[in-house]
Design a protein around this ligand. Structure first.
Ligand code: GLV
Length: 326
């Protein structure tokens, strides 16, 4: 009799490029609802599984691992970020964790730039103006935004996506590049003439501040009222990384009070924002629903890596993109 296929839970329908292979190789239970499984359901579904394909909407912690049981070998996260997973706890239990880097780098940097230019040049506010039937004539004093050419971009977190954003700003708009990161990036300094600076200098000098940092205990809430106060009144803040990097009520107050000019966000805290949150109603805040990796090639690439990670982990082999290898 053939060996039983390993049981896995897949917490959402992902592109066929990865999903079909998981279904073929595993006894796969796929959650096909548009909304995430409720917590209790998730904990029930993972019981007895050897592998789980998770999304950033699932909290993968000690309770999750306890519910799954000791046979759990691998959690494959369909995302480059893994702040939803307690990595230390997974490592302690010998559970491999995978993620999906690289394939979404350019798509995410494109979205960061799209948000930057949309916020700086008031594109969405202009569209609302038309949709509301308020456009009557060409206005010499209306809809004035910020220039981009040869301005200064401040990159917070010069990893793969930060570098891709900096390349766009430097190569396309001849911007001066400042960056803040725990590590110096020789590549950014040599290729883009980027300058490594302290956070205060970056905030004070940059016309645009784009955050590409991991979310962790050090970075959580780093964009708060004090930080926004240090920025130029003409500055545009862009966040395509994780919502909790900014304090949402402080961002609201900075935008409403004119501390900064505008913001472009692909992420909020929470997601989606509470219906009572006034931030999305501000004309100088452009918000997309966490779609930076939503291109055909990025999402297919993510699905392929996530499937590889899951299947390799089930076989006890090194993952293609292995977060807790060391
Ligand atoms: C999306 O936010 C990701 O981390 O891939």
């Amino acid at each position: 009799m053939a060996d039983a296929k390993p049981r896995v839970f897949v917490t959402r329908e992902i592109p066929a490029a990865g999903l079909d292979r998981m279904i073929e190789a595993c006894d796969a239970d796929v959650w096909r609802e548009p909304l995430p499984p409720p917590r209790e359901t998730l904990l029930e579904k993972v019981r007895g599984c050897e592998g789980v394909l998770s999304l950033l909407t699932e909290k993968v912690d000690a309770e999750f691992f306890d519910a799954a049981g000791p046979q759990l070998k691998v959690v494959s996260n369909f995302a480059v970020g893994f702040n939803n997973i307690d990595i230390a706890e997974a490592t302690r239990r010998g559970i491999r964790v995978g993620n999906t880097p690289d394939v979404l780098t350019d798509a995410t940097a494109d979205m960061a730039f799209a948000l930057l230019i949309a916020a700086a040049r008031r594109v969405v506010e202009g569209q609302d103006y038309i949709r509301d039937g308020r456009w009557k004539t060409w206005e010499p004093l209306g809809h004035v935004g910020q220039d981009l050419w040869e301005r200064t971009i401040g990159i917070v977190g010069m990893g793969r996506i930060g570098m891709a954003m900096a390349r766009r700003c430097r190569g396309g708009w001849n911007m001066r590049v400042l960056y803040h990161d725990r590590y110096r990036s020789e590549k950014a300094e040599q290729e883009l003439d980027a300058r490594h600076v302290e956070m205060d200098e970056l905030l004070a000098e940059s016309d645009f501040v784009s955050v590409h940092a991991d979310l962790n205990d050090t970075t959580r809430g780093m964009f708060n009222a004090a930080a926004f106060k240090k920025m130029k009144k003409t500055a545009v803040f862009v966040n395509t990384a994780r919502g909790p990097l900014h304090v949402q009520s402080d961002l609201h107050d900075a935008l409403a009070g004119g501390e900064i000019f505008a913001a472009g966000l692909d992420v909020t805290d929470p997601e989606p924002p509470e219906l009572s949150d006034p931030l999305p109603t501000l004309p100088n805040c452009v918000i997309a629903p966490h779609i930076a990796s939503a291109t055909v090639s990025s999402r297919n690439g993510m699905a392929e890596i996530a499937a590889d990670n899951l299947l390799l982990g089930l076989e006890g082999k090194p993952l293609r993109c292995w977060v807790n290898r060391d």
